[in-house]
Design a protein around this ligand. Structure first.
Ligand code: 5HU
Length: 139
């Protein structure tokens, strides 16, 4: 069955991992529809920059409502991604947070400590993504 997936990644929090987002989104598309492919686009800041914040917020919340799954790359801290995760918890979505433990960076306790039946956190390296997604979408 084709899954409905919301991908979350940092935009105004910083674009250091944008190329990685694209590689993750490419894999997510094997599982179904990704509503938020734009998050991985190299031109997202220019493209969404033309739109009102309220339009972006309401559009994205509408996509989140329609989704069954939220996959968030959370290594680059982002207020927007944190907000989307919190909203997804409230909406009972199935959530996967991906964190690369590199350097001194530590994951927020509000994500790390939220683990539960519908909330998975994976400390990962990129080679592990295919296996992590396979397991996540099979349960
Ligand atoms: O232009 C945008 N378009 C957009 O879709 N978002 C959403 C999707 C991303 O998962 C998340 C990024 O939040 P932030 O910009 O605070 O890093 O918010 C965020 C912005 C800018 O805040």
């Amino acid at each position: 069955m084709s899954k409905k997936i919301y991908f979350a990644g940092s935009i105004r929090g910083g674009r250091d991992d944008a190329e990685l987002y694209l590689r993750i989104v490419t894999q997510l598309k094997d599982y179904g529809t990704v509503f938020t492919e734009h998050v991985a686009s190299p031109t997202v800041e220019k493209d969404d920059g033309q739109l009102e914040s309220k339009f972006i917020h309401d559009r994205d919340m509408d996509w989140l409502n329609q989704s069954d799954y939220l996959v968030a790359e959370v290594t680059q801290p982002s207020l927007g991604v944190g907000y989307e995760i919190g909203r997804a918890v409230d909406l009972n979505k199935k959530i996967l947070c991906l964190f690369r433990p590199e350097g001194k960076r530590k994951l927020s306790c509000m994500i790390d400590g939220a683990v539960g039946p519908n909330f998975t956190v994976k400390y990962y390296t990129e080679e592990e993504v295919p296996g992590i997604l396979k397991e996540f979408f099979s349960t």
